[in-house]
Design a protein around this ligand. Structure first.
Ligand code: ADP
Length: 592
């Protein structure tokens, strides 16, 4: 008799095979039988006799699920003790402290390589990417927080190349959200030609460019210039058109940090977080001084060390960050169509990820959190500046506390959909379904279309129904961290919020469009879900093409696939052309 394969079996499978096929006498007793200690009386001893160590429980651990043990999670005669094993997370010295603290708060245990078997962990979260061998060896109960191949998006030169390719394939009108970019040294002559051509066209007017190291982050090594003689050519740099008409708030430049979680590339599944950060420069925008990083760069790593960081600044208050919801509410107060802007951002996220999705390697049980940096210009056009892997999760100021909830919601999200096993779909199907059922039950037995039984703060969400018309439905978000909101209140300084008359002229966005009636914290639960909240049918089963991913987990909202056609086009290989057609339709509707 063979010993059951603990690596590829769930505890149920292990126990099942034990009961039916495995004579105890033929198995070795492993030294680590520690998990059996918590099993019902007698069972631990029997397992030890049989020589089985049980890997930690790898079911879905949402906060409530972790506390309440759901009887339906257990297979008929599975010993309940097996479910009481805490989940185990693995970290290294680069793991953000907030991740560890959130997981401990959720009742997880920290992996201890001295004490535990090498494979006895459920989630490995670190800043750097994983080696391909680590991906290949991942076990069905394990998750890694990076997907292989995503540097194609997160290196500035690669991003530029991929988006350029997409522009060639699918047209400039769709892919015009990245500023004109030249990758050095290859594009040097093209850049020089463009520079002088533009100079000629502009006459006495100046043009502005920004040079950024392809691989660095946090504003390091950046140079902004107008005069060619200030341009220093360097390898591994990109030169990009400098957006010289940014949307200013209180005359300060800002950009948006949007959190995006891809829970799988095959099939492609993209969630956008409905809260985020707005990062401000801390000195007033001034094109006559391009050397002042505090006026031109919005990186908080730079601005938090500036002399003006602590000062109360016009409109933005003190510090250098707002939440995204505060930003949208500011836009609404100026009668701006923030919903349209948000829709454009969703499209931009999908179009960007589509640029690499067909070429990333298949990998099981991993996800990727991206930080999209987006600058809005004064005509409210969003520009993609860069995509970050491992976006900063440090808590520098009270606004940053949203990152705690972000981490909670990521955990909910990855376990709501169940561990993903691209290419190993069948073997773990049972386990995944159990997770989904558990998740469903954990949300009070509601299907996703019942829209979020979370408490607190109601807002109006807009969802697209089958014919893409907007329907409105009251749903709730749960910014459950009370201390966060308190701090946020202190930080936000509502008295700073209104513009002075002088301010108005300079700060008001140029385009003012349709008024959006909602005056609430987060504007939308979903912009794209074609499976409307109206019907009582489960939105997960959309068609014969396959099962739709869950539409929402916490503040994460599914943006791709966004209708039946895109669901179909993302199964059995990614049909990018078809998806682009659907996006085009959607965007045409947005503009009409
Ligand atoms: P890093 O990875 O170093 O943060 P980014 O591309 O995000 O590099 O640029 C840093 C900052 O520089 C941005 O947050 C933004 O404020 C500014 N910036 C970058 N590119 C542009 C651009 N094309 N136009 C205007 N501002 C830009």
């Amino acid at each position: 008799m063979r010993r059951p394969d603990l690596c590829s079996s769930t505890p149920t499978q292990v126990l099942g095979s034990l009961r039916t096929t495995t004579p105890a006498c033929t198995l070795n007793v492993p030294s680590e039988a520690n998990y059996t200690e918590q099993l019902p009386a007698g069972l631990g001893a029997r397992l030890q006799e049989a020589g089985v160590s049980i890997p930690p429980w790898r079911g879905r651990p949402t906060s409530t699920l972790e506390k309440k043990r759901k009887p339906h999670l257990m297979e008929e005669d599975e010993p309940s003790g097996a479910l009481l094993k805490p989940l185990v997370f693995r970290v290294d010295e680069t793991t953000p402290p907030v991740v560890q603290s959130v997981l401990l708060e959720r009742g997880w245990n920290k992996f201890d390589e001295q004490e535990q078997n090498a494979e006895d962990w459920n989630l490995y979260w670190r800043t750097s990417s994983f080696r391909m061998t680590e991906h290949i060896n991942v076990k069905p109960w394990q998750q890694l927080n990076h997907h292989p191949g995503t540097t194609k998006l997160t290196r500035k030169d690669c991003l530029a190349k991929h988006l350029k390719h997409m522009r060639r394939m699918y047209g400039t009108s769709l892919y015009q959200f990245i500023p004109l970019t030249f990758v050095m040294p290859n594009d040097y002559t093209k850049f020089v030609a463009e520079y002088f051509q533009e100079r000629q066209m502009l006459g006495t007017k100046r043009s502005y460019w920004i040079c950024k190291p392809a691989e660095l982050s946090r504003g390091r090594g950046i140079l902004i210039f107008s005069d060619f003689k200030d341009f220093i050519v360097d390898d591994m740099y990109i030169v990009q058109k400098y957006i010289s008409n940014p949307l200013l708030i209180g005359r300060y430049k800002c950009d948006l940090r949007i959190y995006v979680c891809v829970t799988g590339f095959k099939p492609l599944t993209i969630y956008v977080y409905q809260e985020g950060l707005v990062r401000f420069a801390t000195e007033k925008f001034d094109l006559s001084n391009l050397q002042n990083d505090y006026a031109h760069l919005t990186n908080s790593s730079i601005n938090k060390s500036g002399a003006s960081y602590e000062k109360i600044k016009e409109v933005i208050g003190h510090g250098c960050k707002w939440t995204l919801s505060r930003f949208f509410s500011y836009l609404r107060s100026w009668d701006v169509d923030d919903l349209l802007l948000w829709k454009k951002i969703h499209c931009m996220v999908i179009l960007t990820i589509l640029a690499i999705a067909p070429s990333v390697p298949s990998a099981a049980n991993c996800f990727e959190l991206f930080g999209f940096d987006i600058l809005i210009d004064d005509s409210l056009k969003p520009w993609l500046l860069e995509v970050n892997c491992s976006p900063a999760l440090t808590l520098d100021c009270s606004t940053d506390v949203l990152k705690r909830k972000l981490v909670h919601d990521i955990i909910d999200l990855i376990y709501l959909n169940g561990p993903r096993n691209e290419g190993r779909e069948t073997s773990n199907a049972t386990h995944r379904n159990a997770n989904i059922d558990a998740a469903k039950s954990d949300r009070g037995g509601l299907d996703a279309h019942d829209c979020l039984p979370y408490e607190s703060l109601s807002f109006t969400s807009r969802m697209y129904n089958k014919d893409d018309s907007v329907v409105e439905k009251a749903v709730s978000v749960h910014p459950k961290a009370a201390p966060a909101s308190q701090l946020e209140g202190e930080m936000s300084g509502q008295e700073d919020f209104h513009l002075s008359t002088k301010e108005m002229a300079q700060s008001k966005p140029k385009i003012r469009s349709r008024h959006t009636p909602h005056k609430t914290l987060m504007p939308y639960a979903s912009l794209f879900q074609s499976h409307s909240c109206k019907t009582k049918t489960s939105p997960r089963v959309l068609s014969d093409h396959g099962k739709a991913p869950d539409p929402q987990a916490g503040n994460f909202v599914l943006v791709f696939p966004f209708n039946e056609a895109t669901l179909g086009a993302s199964r059995n290989g990614l049909n990018v052309k078809r998806i682009i057609q659907e996006l085009q339709k959607l965007m045409n509707k947005q503009h009409s």
